[in-house]
Design a protein around this ligand. Sequence first.
Ligand code: ZN
Ligand code: ZN
Length: 247
Amino acid sequence: MKTYRADLHIHTLLSPCGDLSMTPANIVSEALRKKLDIIGITDHNSTRQAGLVGMLGAREGLFVLQGAEVSTREEVHCLVFFENPAELELFQEYLDDNIPAVMNDPLIFGDQVVIDEKEYIIYTEEKLLTNATNISIGELEKYVHARGGLFIPAHIDRVRTSIYSQLGFLPEDLNADALEVSKRSTPEKFSRIHPEIKAYPLITNSDSHYPESIGTVYNCLEMKELSFGEIKMALKGIDGRRIKKKC
Ligand SMILES: [Zn+2]
Ligand SMILES: [Zn+2]
């Protein structure tokens, strides 16, 4: 077994709130500088920049989980990841069908652009990505798990856009692969207030919108090798794989 450092919540320049310096190349180089082995690309309601980060990361030995931070109908932010690019593409269509037709004003909210390897803009998202989708949290969980993906409610300790702020409680039948506690708290601290979260694997990520923030908090995953399946098993604690306290 080996221990890998993972920061699974990073926005690119595609998110309106993501700084324009969050290019795929900058994200990969900053993650390597911070000695991360795994990063997660989670733009608001879009997967369109994740593929290029994955490609650039693969060249450098950085494993990139590709997904999105989805805002559900209840305005609960959830991280989702898929293993294969075809699934990611289908998920993008699902998002496109369920994002309200409210246009982005870049002067107010920020730019929403996808760039290519040469850093030319190849796509501008016209719909505002930070709005709630028409997908309920239950529907999202079912969709993701039916396709072998990972489903992780984000920053559950936050007073906005978290499962506790929006629902008021943790649903008993919630089928989450992990729960994310933001870097404003820690899994230990937040589980003292909400002991029910101990029933789930607990992770913490940087939720980076700027390069400097990448890797400021991370998880230590003990597993056999860098793969989607191994990450899944580490979260579940299968066959000696686990989330370690420190690394
Ligand atoms: Zn969020
Ligand atoms: Zn975020």
